[in-house]
Ligand binder design. Structure first.
Ligand code: SF4
Ligand code: SF4
Ligand code: FES
Length: 276
């Protein structure tokens, strides 16, 4: 049995498996602004260990100095470099070139669900607006900072949601808004329904004592009913947060329980009568 490694040019070496040597990749990058644009083709050098963001930076350095791209940490933590790579929402800094074949044409486009500012930069202001619409944590009365006590299980549960880096890939991929601009008013999207779920399951949140029912709020103000639990948001989350299983489905279950709870029904009926 031969143990010799095939050379890169050997027929037995698939061109789809990059070796340690450099090669030129074919990139198609969307260029344009709010008025319109198109894909532009480039050939650009790739070296071992590089990620898509490295290639975009090389493009800026060598061929397209005015290419607009947003990034910050290059470590998968700031959530800035979100884009669509071959149609899939991804972080450019966490997408290794080694996952592609050398023969692939790699297409990089801006997030589709948000308006383009220029090239790969989109206006994600929709998400900040939705964030502001979620009522904040209501501190428990009679307890000061440092006096809050929680079970470890409750801490662990919300810790998962706190890993969110606000890359908005989940918001971008959710079909409720991706192809339906008109739904944006009524639907907060997975990232912010997850925030509502986190607050709703927080054992110290005193919202209910101040008349705020977070389950009803999720249904009426944030469009929980639009979500049909396709799990696409979970599939693209770079933090591996189980958005659908651990936040959205439990929130939906609690909202349904609330709706069909006979005591809630009776209470609402009495309240409505009182208001007449
Ligand atoms: S599970 Fe719900 S929130 Fe997530 S992508 Fe599907 S419809 Fe959107
Ligand atoms: S939940 Fe995941 S995909 Fe959505 S914004 Fe946070 S980190 Fe990004
Ligand atoms: S540059 Fe910060 S997540 Fe990619």
């Amino acid at each position: 049995m031969s143990t010799a490694k095939p050379s890169p040019s050997s027929p037995s070496s698939p061109s789809s498996s990059p070796s340690s040597t450099s090669y030129d990749a074919r990139f198609r990058v969307w260029r344009g602004d709010a008025g319109g644009g198109d894909l532009e083709d480039f050939k650009v050098e790739v070296n071992e260990g590089e990620v898509v963001l490295d290639i975009i930076h090389r493009l800026q350095a060598t061929q397209t100095p005015d290419l607009a791209v947003r990034w910050n940490c290059k470590a998968g933590k700031c959530g800035s470099c979100s884009a669509e790579i071959n149609g899939r929402p991804r972080l450019m800094c966490m997408t290794r070139m080694s996952v592609f074949s050398r023969d692939d044409v790699i297409t990089v486009t801006p997030l589709r669900a948000f308006p383009v500012v220029r090239d790969l930069v989109t206006d994600v202001g929709f998400n900040y607006k939705k964030a502001r619409e979620v009522p904040a944590f209501v501190p428990p009365e009679g307890l000061g900072p440092g006096e809050y006590r929680m079970q470890q299980a409750d801490v662990d549960r919300s810790q998962e949601f706190r890993k969110c880096i606000e890359c908005f890939l989940c918001q971008d991929t959710c079909h409720v808004v991706r192809d339906h601009e008109e739904n944006k008013t009524a639907f907060a999207g997975p990232r912010f329904l997850m925030r509502v779920a986190e607050l709703d399951m927080h054992p110290l949140d005193a919202a209910a004592e101040h008349g705020l029912d977070r389950k009803k709020n999720a249904q009426d103000e944030h469009g929980l009913g639009y979500c049909n639990i396709t799990k696409c948001c979970t599939e693209v989350c770079p933090e591996g947060i189980k958005i659908t299983d651990n936040a959205l489905i439990p929130l939906k279950e609690r909202a349904v329980d609330r709706k069909y709870d006979p005591l809630v029904w009776l209470g609402n009926k009495i309240r409505r009568r009182g208001e007449q």
